[in-house]
Design a protein around this ligand. Structure first.
Ligand code: FA5
Length: 341
């Protein structure tokens, strides 16, 4: 029996050394360590041996089994390593290399400008008031002193929903009425940022969807001087302490008097260039003293209360600050554009 076991060991080890790949290694394992291998059958046959022979043969068979198993493990490891080396050479894949870093998102240029606007006004004591984007005709036009058939409505044509009288707001000004009705008769100092929609011919300066930041201050002793001072200070905080501003008379149905504020063209320094159309000035917002009709619609007595309001366009300001030639870049999701901010 011992001789037979020695023979099995010799043959198994010899054939194991000749194994060259995983497949033949598995075949070897079945043949020499599987349930019906000669070695395993020896264990079954132990019960037929004499009492004296049984422990000797059993111990020897176990030693052979352990030796075969550990040689098998060693060869299996060696084959795995060499398989990996071959694959690496053939495919150039190094599984130990670090992965590619995931691209990190960043803030949209308009969001960056909006945050600077919030900061500038927050420092002057303005709070942010959120107002709805879906509005009624009444709030978007009528309560702002633009009754049906008022010609100024043409400038603010919009998208209408299938519900009569419900539309997408064309400016943030309807928020003035909401905030006044909520806080009347308290004094107010808020900015109202948000998305606006217009039925526009899209061009380099006009989109159908854009942001506005409205400003509103209401109280008992608010003057045009406060409006000019606040907006001039805002321009300095946004564009630098040296920036020059000017106010031009204008018209809005919801303010009286009304004005537009220009900042000195910081591209040409006021000399005149293509961006400022040779004028040396760039318009950034519309403003004025809140019209008595609007104050009354908000719940304030226009004989006792006064206020100023303004509306500016963050996309236009971003275009000016970064010399962006076309507003359409803001919505095309072109990574070459977005990654610059
Ligand atoms: C208004 O919308 C007034 N509600 C502003 C106002 C508020 C005046 C309070 C007085 C008191 P206007 O249509 O000019 O005004 O728009 C204001 C700003 O919004 C513009 O200066 C511009 O920066 C931006 N804007 C207007 N239309 C577009 C558009 N189609 N695309 C991008 N930005 C626009």
């Amino acid at each position: 029996m011992l001789e037979k076991l020695k023979q099995i060991e010799k043959e198994a080890l010899a054939s194991l050394q000749a194994v060259g790949d995983q497949e033949s290694l598995q075949q070897w394992k079945v043949k020499y360590l599987g349930r019906s291998s000669p070695l395993m059958k020896t264990f079954d046959a132990l019960k037929e041996l004499s009492k004296e022979e049984r422990p000797v043969i059993g111990k020897y068979a176990n030693q052979i089994k352990q030796a075969l198993e550990s040689t098998y493990e060693g060869i299996s490891d060696r084959l795995r390593q060499s398989d990996l080396a071959t694959t690496l050479q053939a495919e150039g894949l190094d599984v130990t290399l670090q992965g590619r870093p995931a691209p990190r998102g960043r803030l949209h240029p308009t969001t960056l400008t909006l945050r600077e606007i919030y900061r500038a006004f927050a420092e002057m004591g303005f709070q942010v008031y959120r107002s709805r984007e879906v509005e009624t005709d009444e709030y978007n036009f009528e309560l702002l002193n633009m009754p049906t058939h008022h010609p100024a409505r043409d400038m603010w044509d919009t998208f209408h929903t299938t519900t009569p009288g419900v539309l997408l707001r064309t400016h943030t000004s309807p928020g003035q009425i909401h905030v006044m009705r909520q806080y009347c008769p308290e004094p107010i100092r808020v900015i109202l940022p948000g998305m606006c929609y217009r039925y526009e011919q899209v061009s380099a300066r006009k989109e159908t969807q854009f942001n506005q930041v409205e400003g509103l201050a209401v109280g008992q002793d608010i003057t045009m001087g406060d409006l000019k001072g606040t907006l001039t200070d805002f321009a300095r905080r946004m564009f630098g302490p040296e920036v020059r501003t000017r106010f031009r008379a204008s018209h809005f149905p919801f303010t009286e008097p009304s004005a537009e504020m220009d900042v000195e063209c910081f591209i040409c320094g006021g000399i005149g260039c293509a961006v400022c159309a040779g004028s040396g000035w760039l318009e950034i917002l519309g403003c004025g003293m809140v019209h008595p009709v609007v104050l009354r619609n908000g719940g304030y007595d226009p004989h006792k209360y006064m206020g100023y309001a303004f509306g500016l366009g963050p996309e236009r300001i971003t275009m000016l600050r970064h010399h962006i030639q076309d507003i359409r870049y803001f919505w095309t999701n072109d990574m070459r554009f977005l990654e610059q901010f």
